[in-house]
Design a protein around this ligand. Sequence first.
Ligand SMILES: NC(=O)c1ccc[n+]([C@@H]2O[C@H](COP(=O)([O-])OP(=O)(O)OC[C@H]3O[C@@H](n4cnc5c(N)ncnc54)[C@H](O)[C@@H]3O)[C@@H](O)[C@H]2O)c1
Length: 421
Amino acid sequence: MISRRQFTQSLSALAVSASTGVLNAATEASSIEAAETDAARQIAPAKDSSPFRLGIIGAGSRGQELIRSFLRVPGVSVAAAADVYEPRFAQLNRICGHEVAPHKDYRALLDRKDLDAVIVATPLGLHGEHVVAALSSGHHVYGEKVMAYTVEQANAIVAAASENKRIYQIGHQYRYSPWIRAAVQRVQQGEIGDVTHIIGYWHRNNDWRRPVPDPSLEHLINWRLYHQWSLGLIAELGSHHMDIANWVFGEYPEAALASGSICRYHDGRETDDNVQAILSYSGGRRFIFTSITDNAKMGDQLWLYGTKGSLNLTLQDATFFYEPKKITKPVVAANGKDEGVVTSASYNPSNEMPYRGPGKPVDVSTAEDPTTAATRAFIYCVRTGTSPIADAKVGLGSALGVIQANESLRLRKEIPISSKA
Ligand SMILES: NC(=O)c1ccc[n+]([C@@H]2O[C@H](COP(=O)([O-])OP(=O)(O)OC[C@H]3O[C@@H](n4cnc5c(N)ncnc54)[C@H](O)[C@@H]3O)[C@@H](O)[C@H]2O)c1
C-alpha cells in the first residue's frame, strides 16, 4: 500500500524539500491552499466586462452549449464560426441573436485579427490539427476534451501552447465544480486516508446514435461511432473520470489495460458499446472505469476508496462515507463455542454486506454548472494572463490514458504509458 509520504510526494513536488527530500507538511498544506486560492480567483464572478470576441471551430452540440455559457460572461460576444456543416451557422445565429461571420474553412477564421480567443469543439480526430493551428496562429484556445487523438498530437499541442505563449484550457470542466474541488481538497488533506482505488461508472441506456438527414453525413454526425474520429466511450465519458483520478493521485497513469465489445448495438458502428479499463498508478494504485450503454442504473458517478473512508462524486454533489471502526466480525463455530480457527479472513455473511452508514454531503454554497464556471475562468485567464486550472498538462494526462487504453483495446494487452510517442 502506498504510504502517506509517497502519496503526498506525487501530489506535489513542491511539498518536498529539494535538499533533503523530506516532506514538509506545512508546505504541503500551503501549496494545496495556494492552488485553491488561485482556483477561487479564476472561478469567481467576472469583474471585468471589457469586450471579448470569440471564434469557434466546430459549432455542433457541445460547441453551442459552450457558446451559451460563454455568453453569460460580461463583455463576451461571438464574432466568427467555422464549420463544415452549413446548418450550424443558422443555429449559432439564433443562440447569439445576431449574424456570426461564417467560415467553411477553419483557416479563414484563424486568419482573422479581431478574435481574443478560439473555441475548438470539433470531433476528437480533428483536435490535434485545429488546436495546433489555432495556437500557432497566435490565438488562445478553449479546446474540448480529449486533448488529441494521438500522443504525437497531444505533445504538439503542449509545445504549441508553450512556444507561442498562448493560453490553452482543456474542457475538463469538473475541475471547476465547487463541490468536486472542495471534496478533492479534503481528500488531499487526508480525510479518507490513503486513496488506493478510484472506480468510475458512466452507464447509460441509449445507443449513442444520432439521426442522420442523409447517409452521406453518417460519419460527420455519428463520428463517435467510428475509429477514424473517435476513441469511444473511454474518451467521451471516461476521460472526465480519468482526469479526476490524475488530480487525486497527483500524477499521470503508468499503464492501461482495457477490454470492450459491441454487445447490443450491431448497427455498423466500430467503437465498442461497453468498455472496462484499468489505469495503473504508482504504488499499485488503480483507476477502474466501466461504461455500458444498455442499463443506466449506476448513471455517472465516481467512487474514491481510501483506508479511512470513501467519497462519492456525481454531477450534482459529493458525499463522504467513513469506514466503521471495526468492519469485520470473526467467524465462530455454529455452537457459539470457540473450538477452532477464529479469523476475520473467512467468509461470514455479515462481513460481506455493503457498508450502509450515513453519508456526509459536502456543503458548498453553489451548485453552479461546471461548464459555466470553466468558461468564465477561461475568459479570466485570457484577460489576466493567468495559467488555467485545466491547462495543457492536465489535458495531456487524460489524453495519454485514453489513447493508451484504446491501444490496449486494440492489441488486447496492457500498454505502458509514456508521453514519448
Ligand atoms: N466537456 C464535455 O463535457 C463535453 C461534452 C460533449 C462533447 N464534448 C466534446 O466536444 C467535441 C464535439 O462534440 P459534439 O458532441 O459537439 O460533436 P458534434 O458532432 O455535435 O459537433 C462537432 C462539430 O464539428 C463540425 N466539424 C466537423 N469537421 C469539421 C471541420 N473539419 N472543420 C470545422 N468543423 C467541423 C461538425 O460539423 C459539427 O458541427 C468532442 O471532442 C466531444 O468529446 C465535450
